[in-house]
Design a protein around this ligand. Structure first.
Ligand code: PPE
Length: 306
């Protein structure tokens, strides 16, 4: 359960948690066309710091552009609303969830430019997404029986609400079978991503990650590119198969919620030694330093809430 906080920013106003409601005829609720983001803020020496907010706001607007949704506020207003919602609720660290949705208005599948659009920005405290132990020791994963969305069926560069239906089904399938997370293959059979994470593998000192086609272009993925390079590793974007993943030395997931989570098993096969390897550990350590504002080189990625 999410522990309620005091306020949610909704359509230009701060409203009480309990009053942040939508009508049952909200269009997005019926058909899934709406977009969202997931952003974390961490305790930093200068106060709560939102990680890469600018990039998340950009992706929110890009998602809307892809979906032909006109956000009724400018970027600056939305950017500042994120700071306001963190400030007013007084959490030291947590997660922020902006959603741009089609309000109640005309029903049916014809959506036009004048369909009323709503925006809300909620926040809550959210611990380790795949468990504290998962962060430390790595998680067990299973290849899904569902495919990642085909690039021409669901726009993968947009973080669309309805795009998560097969992620939910896959995750549940994996959990029910006793694993921690799912790994989805693309429609050609290559490794794509997790239900809400991008995936990296390490083999013979080279870091590989899935190219953009079938995946969400993760902001954590981009952060890892920079940190890996800083640490002296080479990263390539190249597709790979499930059996190449089976024989990887290391593998890990990245995501705002999942942060950098080591993968210790895929389909009952140990990855490397079956525990987080040195590359994963170095990247994870660098990541946590950066998000907590402890690495001055990447201070620009953090917006402190004063
Ligand atoms: N792929 C998918 C499908 C995805 O949903 C996410 C984020 C990522 C990759 C990583 O993107 P980024 O956060 O920019 O590094 N998933 C969000 C939703 C998680 C949820 O359960 O809700 C997140 O991590 O916030």
């Amino acid at each position: 359960m999410v522990t309620p906080v005091a306020k949610i920013w909704m359509n230009g106003k701060m409203v009480d948690w309990a009053d942040a409601r939508v009508h049952v005829l909200t269009h997005t609720l019926h058909y899934g066309l709406g977009v969202f983001e997931g952003i974390r803020f961490y305790k930093t020496p200068e106060g709560p710091g939102i990680f890469r907010l600018k990039e998340h706001v950009k992706r929110l607007y890009d998602s809307c552009h892809i979906c032909r949704i006109q956000v009724p506020y400018d970027r600056d207003t939305i950017f500042k609303a994120h700071l306001d919602v963190v400030r007013v609720n007084g959490l030291a660290d947590g997660y922020i969830r902006p959603v741009v949705y089609l309000k109640d208005g005309p029903m049916g599948l014809l959506v036009t430019d004048d369909h009323p659009v709503g925006v809300f920005i909620a926040t809550w405290a959210w611990g380790a997404y795949l468990g504290e132990e998962g962060l430390k020791k790595g998680i067990r994963t299973k290849i899904a029986s569902f495919s990642r969305n085909h690039v021409n069926a669901m726009m993968t560069k947009a973080k669309i609400n309805g795009a998560y239906v097969n992620s939910i089904l896959s995750k549940r399938e994996a959990k029910q079978a006793g694993y921690d997370e799912t790994i989805m293959l693309d429609t050609e059979g290559y490794v794509s991503e997790g239900s809400g994470e991008n995936l990296f593998m390490v083999r013979d000192g080279l870091i590989k990650t899935t190219p953009l086609a079938s995946i969400l272009q993760g902001i954590t993925r981009d952060t890892v590119f920079t940190l890996a390079e800083m640490l002296g590793y080479r990263v390539v974007e190249d597709r790979f198969t499930r059996d190449e993943l089976y024989i990887a030395d290391e593998a890990f997931f990245t995501g705002t919620a999942a942060e950098v989570t080591p993968i210790r098993e895929v389909d009952d096969r140990a990855i490397g030694e079956g525990r987080p390897g040195p590359v994963t550990k170095a990247i994870q350590e660098a990541y946590f330093k950066v998000v907590h504002g402890e690495d001055p080189r990447y201070r620009d990625w953090i917006t402190v809430v004063r």
